[in-house]
Write a protein that binds this ligand. Structure first.
Ligand SMILES: Nc1ncnc2c1ncn2[C@@H]1O[C@H](COP(=O)(O)OP(=O)(O)OP(=O)(O)O)[C@@H](O)[C@H]1O
Ligand SMILES: [Mg+2]
Length: 662
């Protein structure tokens, strides 16, 4: 967007600074061209701080609520979903506000009554009626007192329901939104995950959703409260005295704007602290997960130095936040105090002039008190809305991304496993690396095809394309004569048992890891799969057997054990197509042979694709493809390939034989 900045206009140092902190600058569509120009372009004469914080158009927050909420419009569907909560909230806000205003009027009556009572009391001095006057006024004041207490209690009840409706609504929306984002994430293709870091994905589903919640809950609640209060109180105040009203309200906009300013500052500093905290956490996490490397390279001192620096950074930022926080409440108290003094001062003059009674001063003081919090909250909520807007925009950016891996005609049927790669070429979209060039082969049901080749030759890419984790750039892949793009994705992937090259096991029990792909796990099937993957004996030796926990809180499996659990996870699905991507690299040759033998038995009527670096893993296959730089350079059986003296296969075989002997 900054590319649109006219080159002939050099950036002032001030503006350049603004460019750096661009997240605080909003864009306003230009009236003429419709193009978005940085807002500060029009207001360059204003000091940078003023521009950055953009408080000036937010007088009374109207713009914040209605104009900054372009991205937030996408949360309207949730408001509609919880409309009864919302409407209930509006009702309870109105009722609780009414019950806050009535007592102010009662106080005025009581005040004036007491004034008159004192006069009357003195008037009847020395007569018998004096004690009756005393009792009468005493009772009246008591009555008003009880009325005020009752209203306060009732107001408490309505305030409770106000939070129970509006804040509950915001929590539900938060929950719905998190679920929606999570589900959407899962639908996105692998390329999406390569482009965005896990930290970013996590931040949007937790931090950003949390900020949007602050808009749906507190911001809307306090805004409603403010509107109802203003609508009810201002006419009442004006009816009593116009001059006093104007003077009393005078400090309130200043209060609101100052709070907005200070709060934005607080939030910016909190963000910095958050970032510095997450840097520190990441550092600590890495230091301790890599503790083996750290200790063996004797880097403890260095690591300590780095931590001290990170922690110092955090301390400086926290102290700076604390400084601003310390300004917050004195500022509020000062402005509220100012309002009170003005009310008493101007009110006192009006009383002397006889335009109002002393009761009205008391009434006004209560109004000022009532208005203070919502007006303070206005400043606070404006910055909440601004942040929520930015967060929702970030969420929308992900939500609007669609997966291009969708089924063309949702074919659902049992797969036999006749796989054809027809002149397939593939280039990774984000890196532009061409991984496969014009690859063609066929595997008939029940047959085993092996792919061997140097590292980076495109073997794993073949597996990824078959599972349709990516779509081919050219050529097509068919399974049982149907293009993979026509199968419903769950149908296709459900019938493929894929053992990826980088083994990933969840921090859960071994049982749950093996049964991961099944909706209804079966004990017998699981044990058989573990036996076929040659890992059963290892598992039963653990004290808790299949219930042994893996991961951080549990035991750590050896590389070979992990690979075999991962194979068992694919076998238990009883797939029509089995893909082993270098899944035997960490097991010894005996275990490898045992696994390959059991695979031959169980895959007799199914199709297998075995990818490996090692000749020992592939030699039993019906056919072997030799890949080099994305192209098939040789194919045939082990014996046929061995017969080709100057072929890559024979070279690989001899290289491996030598290294084994060495
Ligand atoms: N997700 C990806 N995005 C972009 N490029 C990739 C991706 N995965 C692999 N590549 C590139 O594609 C080429 C083929 O990679 P591939 O993983 O298919 O090789 P391989 O034969 O499986 O290698 P190895 O034996 O080391 O597993 C490599 O040059 C690699 O850098
Ligand atoms: Mg690979």
């Amino acid at each position: 967007m900054y590319g649109e900045w006219p080159e002939s206009v050099p950036l002032s140092p001030q503006a350049a600074r603004l460019v750096r902190i661009r997240q605080y600058v909003t864009y306003i569509p230009s009236r003429k061209s419709g193009a978005k120009v940085p807002d500060f372009f029009r207001f360059r004469w204003l000091p940078a701080g003023v521009l950055r914080l953009r408080w000036w158009p937010s007088l009374l927050c109207i713009r914040s609520i209605f104009c900054f909420v372009r991205a937030l419009a996408s949360t309207n569907k949730y408001l509609l979903r919880y409309k009864w909560h919302f409407l209930g909230g509006v009702l309870f806000v109105a009722l609780s506000t009414l019950l806050a205003i009535f007592p102010a009027q009662i106080v005025r009556y009581a005040f004036d009554l007491v004034n008159e009572g004192i006069d009357l009391y003195h008037l009847f001095a020395g007569t018998r009626a004096q004690s009756s006057v005393y009792t009468l006024f005493g009772r009246n004041v008591l009555f008003y007192g009880i009325l005020i207490v009752l209203m306060a209690l009732l107001r408490g009840v309505f305030l409770f329901f106000m939070r129970q409706t509006l804040i509950v609504m915001s929590r539900r929306v938060e929950n719905d939104q998190k679920n929606e984002i999570f589900q959407h994430y899962q639908s996105l293709p692998l390329s999406f995950y390569r482009r965005n870091s896990t930290g970013d994905l996590m931040a949007r589903i937790s931090e950003d959703v949390g900020r949007v919640r602050m808009y749906i809950g507190p911001a809307i609640m306090y805004f409603l409260q403010l509107v109802v209060l203003f609508v009810l109180i201002i006419p009442l105040m004006l009816m009593v005295n116009v001059k006093l009203t104007i003077y009393t309200l005078l400090p309130l906009p200043v209060l609101s704007i100052s709070i907005f300013y200070v709060n934005t500052l607080i939030q910016r500093k909190s963000d910095e602290i958050q970032r510095s905290l997450s840097e520190m956490t990441t550092f600590v996490q890495e230091a301790f997960s890599g503790i083996r490397v750290l200790k063996s390279f004797v880097r403890e001192q260095d690591s300590h130095r780095q931590f001290t620096a990170a922690s110092e950074n955090y301390k400086v930022k926290s102290l700076s936040l604390n400084f601003v926080n310390s300004l917050f409440f004195p500022l509020i108290l000062f402005l509220v105090g100012l309002s009170t003094i003005i009310t008493v001062w101007i009110g006192g003059q009006e009383v002397i002039r006889g335009t109002i009674t002393t009761g009205s001063i008391a009434e006004f003081l209560i109004y000022v008190n009532l208005l203070t919090w919502p007006v303070t909250a206005l400043g606070w909520t404006s910055s909440l809305v601004q942040r929520a807007e930015a967060s929702q925009a970030r969420i929308n950016e992900f939500l609007h991304q669609q997966t291009d891996i969708v089924s063309r005609s949702n074919v659902v049927r049992d797969i036999e496993g006749d796989i054809v790669f027809d002149h397939v070429s593939f280039t990774y979209p984000d890196t532009g690396i061409q991984a496969l060039r014009d690859v063609s082969f066929r595997i008939r049901p029940g047959q085993t095809l092996a792919i061997i080749g140097n590292t980076g030759s495109g073997k794993s890419t073949v597996a990824a394309l078959l599972c349709r984790l990516y779509d081919t750039t050219r050529g097509h892949i068919t399974v049982d004569g149907t293009d993979v793009r026509d199968y419903a994705l769950p149908t296709l992937r459900d019938q493929i048992g894929y053992v990826p090259q980088d083994v990933f096991l969840f921090s859960d029990s071994i049982r749950n890891n093996i049964n991961f792909g099944l909706d209804q796990p079966d004990e017998q099937r699981m044990q058989q799969a573990a036996k076929d993957a040659n890992v059963y004996d290892n598992i039963v030796q653990f004290p808790e057997g299949f219930d042994t926990k893996l991961g951080e809180r549990g035991i750590t499996l050896s590389g070979g054990q992990k690979q075999r659990v991962s194979i068992a996870r694919a076998l238990v699905k009883e797939p029509s197509i089995l893909i082993l991507d270098d899944s035997l690299s960490a097991v010894d040759t005996n275990t490898e042979n045992a696994i390959l033998n059991s695979l031959q038995r169980i895959m007799a009527h199914r199709t297998s694709l075995i990818i490996s670096h090692r000749v020992s893993s592939v030699k039993l296959a019906n056919e072997i493809l030799v890949l080099d730089d994305g192209q098939i350079v040789q194919h045939g059986t082990h014996d046929a390939l061995m017969a080709q003296e100057d072929g890559l296969y024979r070279a690989l075989y001899e290289r491996q034989l030598q290294s084994e002997e060495a």
